[in-house]
Design a protein around this ligand. Sequence first.
Ligand code: PMP
Length: 441
Amino acid sequence: MTPAAPDRTGLHARHQAVLPSWLTLYYDRPIELTHGEGRYVWDSEGNRYLDFFGGILTTMTAHALPEVTRAISKQAARIIHTSTLYLSRPMVELAERVAALSGIPDARVFFTTSGTEANDAALLLATTYRRSNQILAMRNSYHGRSFPAIAVTGNQSWSPTSFSPLQTLYVHGGVRTRGPYAALNDRDYIAACVADLEDMLQQTAGGVAALIAEPIQGVGGVTVPPDGLYAAFRDVLTRHGILWISDEVQTGWGRTGDHFWGWQAHADNGPPDLLTFAKGIGNGMSIGGVVARAEVMNSLTANSISTFGGSPVTMAAGLANLNYLLEHDLQGNARRVGGLLIERLRAVAAGLDAVREVRGRGLMIGVELVRPGTDVPAPETATLVVEAARERGLLVGKGGRSGASLRIAPPMTLTVGEAEEGADILSAALSAALGPSAALA
Ligand code: PMP
């Protein structure tokens, strides 16, 4: 694509001079995105990219979707901020819609400005309701950047501190194809994880407050547990009175194709007690939130407020975005086009022994890279592939315990043609990054 150009604006140098060192940028020559349309974005040098990461699964419907930008500008022209001290029509309307969609009976919704803050609220509710600070979380999980969210984040590379307001017990099960139970079939895998959970609970003094889990671990590299794992966990939790928090920050709103919420791949024995969401619902406007049944939501005995949570402009955007999603059956599109994309990527990977696994569901896909012929994660290869894809006009993400998985999660309006274009570019990027020796003999 473009030859390596000097950082003409000096923006990268200014970024490094004034922003934290741990706020990492993708690419050797970081990109400044200046505008977008549909599934495409453009950088400040005029290059166009097919966007397969959607600003980390956040541009849910499309870039510059007229329905959403119109709703934002109409609301902004009326009033931008009121605070939650006053009645807000868009907030009540979006809460009604989310409550009805959540599957949680007698649901109440609290809006925040991020996924982290949503999980903080869920942990506050669960620990208050259960009068315990003991939390079960999954190994390799990611739940956010605050003190309590880090305390339930099992993924080492996103855990900058081990100090914690919680006592966290990490449970097996989120990573299907690695770890001690990887060789088992699905049924035995679930049975082993349940036995481990039961054993841990027997050895734990006091009542555990909640299990927090992502139905599919996104930051963890799009790891998909067997369907039914969390239903089996749920039976154990119910016996102990332990709450189940489903972190749907990445898996919500139909992205996984088969289901509207990730938890629905698991539970035929009812919804979670609490559900958290963020990212996609605002299509880039900062909306997060937690849903819980009234008894749990109302268990706080002091006031609690998020000044920006549920602000009118974000709520208007969320409503317009949700309407578009439902009216255009984007869940069905994620199932159809995502299914095709996964198949295409599996076909590409079938000839490459540096690809250990192509996994995922709907438009949430992971490609795990290893040193050829081994099970050893290859983050250096992932970096090369991400660069090679960029050079060919495709943006993808990275994740996994050691950063060796590609993450693919385009806006949910992705067309078949765009899926094919992306798969072709990724195929070329893999060939370029792996070199001629990559193909299996
Ligand atoms: N939960 C999950 C599952 C996430 O993927 C993320 C963000 N990657 C968060 C919580 C935190 O969301 P935010 O960055 O909006 O605070």
